[in-house]
Design a protein around this ligand. Sequence first.
Ligand code: NAP
Length: 207
Amino acid sequence: MYVGSRNLARGQAAVDQLKAVGVQAQAVQLDVTNHESIVAAKERIADLDVLINNAGIAVDHETKPLELSLDAIRQDFNVNYFGLIDVTQVFLPLLKAAPAGRIINISSAVGSLTLASDTSTSIHRLQASGYQAAKSAVNMFTIKLAAELEGTSVTVNAVNTGWVDTSFGGGGNRTVQVGVARTVELASAETLTDSGTFSDIDGIVPW
Ligand SMILES: NC(=O)c1ccc[n+]([C@@H]2O[C@H](COP(=O)([O-])OP(=O)(O)OC[C@H]3O[C@@H](n4cnc5c(N)ncnc54)[C@H](OP(=O)(O)O)[C@@H]3O)[C@@H](O)[C@H]2O)c1
């Protein structure tokens, strides 16, 4: 297992925590907004079965669409969307070489167009349209890449973590263990036929 982190010391700290609970991993420097860093990370990895695109930021929280700066939207897209695509394209040969490669894109229900347009939801009221649009875009990339890779050994799925109590989701009503449960299921299922889906621990999430 490899832990990609833009700050190697923080990645190593995560690896040390994993080691303490019996999981062997290796830290790899990876800034998803830096193509050279992505290529260098890929060169350090010999085999890869599962790519979890987890890096994410939301710089536009609580900002109304008309007050949103283009710079904030670009920052959201650079990490959540363009970074995810760059990593996926560079790492794809490793996944194709695996017996059953899996790409898991960490998306969010707040990127669901169906839920965002339903006036009864909290997602309708949320003001983070740059971040939300970046996750909608991740969903579209998931659908399109899954279609392109149909008939190959590589599956591509998007996951909603739910509102998780991390530094990002501060105060979220889910623990990290619950937030990652669907991702763990997809990563560790003995066989996986699902591809081009968007799901969480409760089942399918509407696009
Ligand atoms: N928490 C929630 O409620 C929630 C809900 C739905 C979806 N999500 C998604 O879940 C994923 C994980 O979020 P989280 O809640 O665990 O938040 P988090 O603790 O802030 O984790 C986000 C991670 O992304 C990394 N990152 C940011 N920019 C990066 C870059 N340029 N290159 C490489 N890594 C970068 C951060 O690295 P550093 O450690 O260096 O800062 C951090 O480790 C994100 O994609 C987020 O959008 C979260």
